[in-house]
Design a protein. Sequence first.
Length: 189
Amino acid sequence: MGAESTPLVHAFRWTAAGGVQDVLTLGGLGHVAGVSADGVTIAGCATVPTSGGYVWTRGGGYVHIGTWTDFFVRAISLDGLTVVGEFQKVAARWTSSGGFSTLPVGSLTSAYVTVGNGDGSVVGGRSDQGSWIWDATDGLRMLDAFLSAMGANLVNSSTDYIYGMSSDGKTLVGVGSNNGMRAAWIAHL
């Protein structure tokens, strides 16, 4: 009997004109986090050929992004030029023109990125202290406090996890609690 091997995960791309294309071997624990609006750029995490975040383009192939091997990619912008995720529990962003930068999330602990808007300028996530959103103009805002300040009644409710964000960053969806029960929510900012 031969040695057991870990199956390799692959990223695939499908187009109506070209069908299925095996674009990248990601290793045993890799994943695809998102694709640009035009379908040309894919981002995610891989364990081969190097561990960490990657961007794949139809013209350029696989590019390991940055020197951080622990960058966990969560989302890619519509134009494929911005990738958001976290590095060792610190929210981070990568751009094709500027490389990596961490997001200033203050004293939040375990600040995980979960979503980004269409151009990567608004980022949302969760932390030990609750769900949050960030942009360069307003900085970090805890989502429950921000929604309450806008007039939302969150008595006995919370927005624990942001699952999706509209392209303009003005509509969020997620899961939270309402009177002790798990509940889906939608917020229009």
